[in-house]
Write a protein that binds this ligand. Structure first.
Ligand code: SF4
Ligand code: SF4
Ligand code: SF4
Length: 166
C-alpha cells in the first residue's frame, strides 16, 4: 500500500470507520516493546487498559487487542493502562513515544493557503508544531510524542496520524 493510501485509510478510520476493516496498522498505547504480546495475551483479558484510560482513547479491536482512537482526545501518558495490564503486554518501564507518524497535509491546511489558523498549536504542549512566520505549520518529528491531541482540533482535517509497525 502506498503511503498516501495508508494515510487516507487510517484517518478515515479514526473518523468513524473501523480500523480493522481497513487493515491499517493500529496505533498502540505507549508502553509496549513487543507487538507479538498483544496477540498472545490480550484475548485472555477483559480489556483492563481500556477501562482505566483517563481520556477514554483506548478501544478494543476485533482481535481483542487495544488501539488508540484520537478522534475525541489524546494520550496524557498517565501510565494507568500500563499499571492495569496484568499480562506484561504494557509495562510502565517500556514508556516511549507513541509509534505513529504525524503529518500536516499542505493541500488541506488553510494556514498553508495564507489563512490565519493556529488551532492545532495550542493543544500541543510539546511545542512540536512549528509555524514558519504565521503560516505553513509543520511537525517537528524530534519533539512530537504522537499524543494525538492536535488531531481533532484541525477544522479542515489536515492532520494525519498513522500507526507505525513495531
Ligand atoms: S497512558 Fe493514560 S491516557 Fe494514554 S492510553 Fe494509557 S491510560 Fe490512556
Ligand atoms: S490490559 Fe494488557 S492484556 Fe489486557 S487488553 Fe490491555 S494490553 Fe492487553
Ligand atoms: S504534534 Fe505531536 S506532540 Fe504535538 S499535539 Fe500533535 S501528536 Fe501531540
Amino acid at each position: 500500500m502506498e503511503r498516501r493510501e495508508l494515510f487516507s485509510s487510517l484517518t478515515s478510520s479514526l473518523r468513524g470507520e473501523s480500523k480493522e476493516e481497513k487493515n491499517s496498522v493500529l496505533i498502540r498505547p505507549p508502553y509496549n516493546n513487543d507487538e507479538s504480546l498483544f496477540l498472545k495475551h490480550c484475548h485472555e483479558c477483559d480489556a483492563k487498559c481500556a477501562s482505566v484510560c483517563e481520556t477514554d482513547i483506548i478501544k478494543i479491536a476485533d482481535d481483542k487487542t487495544p488501539y488508540l482512537d484520537f478522534s475525541l482526545q489524546g494520550c496524557t501518558f498517565c501510565d494507568d493502562c500500563a499499571k492495569a495490564c496484568e499480562y506484561g503486554v504494557l509495562e510502565v518501564e517500556f514508556l516511549q513515544n507513541i509509534k505513529a507518524d504525524v503529518n500536516i497535509s499542505v493541500a488541506a491546511c488553510v494556514a498553508w493557503d495564507g489563512v490565519m489558523c493556529m488551532s492545532c498549536k495550542d493543544p500541543c504542549i510539546d511545542r512540536a508544531i512549528i509555524f514558519q512566520g504565521l503560516f505553513k505549520p509543520v511537525i517537528d518529528e524530534n519533539k512530537c510524542t504522537g499524543c494525538g491531541f492536535c488531531f481533532n482540533r484541525c477544522p479542515t482535517y489536515a492532520i494525519d496520524i498513522i500507526g507505525l509497525a513495531t
